[in-house]
Design a protein around this ligand. Structure first.
Ligand code: PMP
Length: 443
């Protein structure tokens, strides 16, 4: 397998990956929250297989739901046809989503669901008689996926810069991240300038702005940057005041990651459009959904002759197998009390993180539910970072792998996003590995 993989497979970030994952491991099987390679070595899945896995691998109820659906139909188009799991799932998603979101548009992954939200917002205003509302506002270090529209509203330089000539340009507002804040040095005098900048932009330009897109609470790919309490509700209020659609990208934060089903719930926020993927199938297979309000949906209604439909539709939209897995996922949330069970796990994690925060080269530790970012600093007192060449985050993650834990860095931020099913004991063990790996590499 190694040889075939090397010869034929073009992995994402192949060349940079050399640093992070040498030598490449081949995963052959899994059990619970562990992955097993072809040599029989076991590793904790400390990033939930790129932030998707919730209930562990080979979860019997999800396996069975997929097998049952396979005995009926694996796939059929949603263009002009409906299918049973997709209809049932749409109802259940609407039931658990923030009030007001009432329609579900399916697609295949986070990036395409973001594209759907952007195109919906754009077309909505065209059909509302406000054709001037064509632009978007996004956060400076946002990440919304890798397709062209999603990269356009992204802001992370590494992913954005090279494609610039291809992209449409949103207005960027500052990333709310207290540890890195350049706007206010004293939290007491901060007055949340990061949010007020939005008000300034909208006061002047709201006639041109279709929507504001945000990752609620946590800017994940930026290095688990977390917004201060009240920020989300505040920017929601501002977007409503200026009649700009609020798009919540819950691809990373949705399905219990933050301790609640959706991050928006922490601040009582109801978006106009909400984007879901990753955990939607419990981490089993690709599926995504863009949820919209009736108000948006109704703008697309009309006679055949109006040509008012939403111009978008994928081949695998609403795939019955993926929807069956998603239904099993939601059933597990209901029947196993997943959200209630998270409360002590989040507390165990927080207690252990306090110790990690005191290490000599840990500058900042950020936690939101079971989303954790540990930022390494060469000189923590003077906030001096390591150089890029030192690849310190990658070295710590490689060391963790030697101790049986798979995690991935984002620059100098060690990211820990374990499956929600991890027990308190397993969380302790994984965090102990992280602590010793940081010590061994940095001290
Ligand atoms: N939005 C957010 C907030 C994400 O974190 C990601 C993926 N990390 C995406 C969108 C893109 O999702 P996908 O990789 O499934 O296309």
């Amino acid at each position: 397998t190694e040889q075939k993989d090397k010869q034929y497979v073009w992995h994402p970030f192949t060349q940079m990956q050399e640093w992070v994952a040498r030598p490449q491991k081949v995963i052959a099987a899994a059990a619970g929250i562990k992955l097993i390679d072809t040599d029989g070595n076991e590793y904790y899945d400390g990033v939930s297989s790129l932030w998707v896995n919730l209930h562990g691998h080979r979860k019997a109820a999800i396996d069975q739901a997929i097998i049952d659906q396979l005995g009926k139909v694996a796939h059929t188009t949603m263009l002009g046809l409906a299918n049973i799991p997709a209809a049932e799932l749409a109802k259940q998603l609407v039931d658990i989503a923030p009030a007001g979101l009432s329609k579900v548009f399916y697609s295949d992954d986070g990036s395409t669901a973001v594209e759907v939200a952007l195109k919906m917002a754009f077309q909505y205003w065209q059909q509302q008689g406000k054709p001037g509302k064509q632009k978007f506002i996004a956060l400076q270090q946002a990440y919304h996926g890798d397709t062209v529209g999603a990269v356009s509203v992204g802001g992370i330089d590494l992913f954005h810069r090279i494609f610039k000539p291809l992209l449409f340009t949103p207005a960027h507002i500052p990333t709310p991240s207290c540890y890195h804040c350049q706007l206010a040095t004293d939290p007491l005098t901060c007055k949340m300038q990061c949010a007020t900048r939005l008000e300034q932009v909208l006061a002047e330009h709201h006639e041109e702005i279709a929507g504001l897109i945000v990752e609620p609470l946590v800017q994940a790919a930026a290095g688990m940057l977390m917004s201060p309490p009240g920020y989300l509700a505040k920017i929601r209020e501002i977007s409503r005041k200026y009649n700009v659609l609020f798009i919540a990208d819950e691809v990373a934060t949705g399905f219990g990651r933050t301790g609640k089903m959706f991050a928006c719930e922490h601040e009582g926020v109801t978006p106009d459009l909400m984007v879901l993927s990753k955990g939607i199938t419990g981490g089993y297979m690709p599926l995504a959904a863009t949820l919209a309000t009736d108000e948006i949906y109704n703008a697309f209604l009309g006679d055949y002759s109006d040509k008012k439909t939403f111009y978008h539709g994928h081949s695998y939209t609403g795939n019955p197998l993926a929807c069956a897995a998603a239904l099993a996922n939601l059933k597990i949330f209901r029947e196993e009390g997943v959200l209630e069970g998270l409360v002590p796990k989040i507390a165990t994690t927080a207690a252990k993180l306090q110790k990690i925060a005191s290490l000599d080269h840990v500058g900042d530790v950020r936690q939101c539910g079971l989303i954790i970012g540990i930022e390494l600093m060469r000189d923590k007192n003077n906030k001096v970072s390591y150089s890029w060449e030192q690849a310190i985050g990658a070295s710590v993650c490689l060391q963790a792998r030697r101790h049986g834990l798979l995690i991935r860095p984002i620059g100098d931020v060690v990211v820990f996003m374990p499956p929600l099913a991890s027990s308190a004991d397993e969380l302790e063990q994984m965090l102990t590995i992280i602590e010793s790996s940081i010590r061994e590499i940095t001290e």
